[in-house]
Design a binder for this molecule. Sequence first.
Ligand code: DLZ
Length: 167
Amino acid sequence: MATNLKNLSDYDASKVPDAGKMKFGIVVSEWNNEITDVLCKGAYETLRQNGAQEGNIFVKTVPGSFELTLGAQFLAEYGEFDAIICIGCIIKGETPHFDYICDSVTKGITDLNIKYNKPFIFCVLTTNNINQARERAGGKHGNKGDEAAITAIKMAALGSQMRILKG
Ligand code: DLZ
């Protein structure tokens, strides 16, 4: 469903696994931090509301969305996480930077999922302007950080179920 038709904070709590034993990394871009701070707060609080322990949520910042891929890889290499949430906000400007950064971070995060066989959650807003970003960071469309946290929990739980199946 298109994000302009969906409240990004809506979820059915009865369908969310308990995150009490899970460990999460969050990598946050400092670029457009008015937006990324709100996304990060939403993700953090939603993880906590669904049982994640304070000591099991590890937050690190990187300068811009382009750096999210390597920042997330650092977490995966040097930590033991069930899922890593990558948070950024790329706003279309007058330069081709928008397309390059969007392509790079999308491919980078996709590749990390495959490389590590773990969930790296794409919580990167790609908007035409700051208002569209605000609408998705605590505005009329909710908070994409909340949605990313729920996705992280569900994918981490799926990974554990699969590992148990394998024995
Ligand atoms: C350079 C740049 C531009 C123009 N716009 C954004 C943006 O809207 N959102 C974002 O997260 N980062 C932006 N950056 C910074 C790049 O992500 C990166 O940090 C620099 O190109 C240095 O590698």
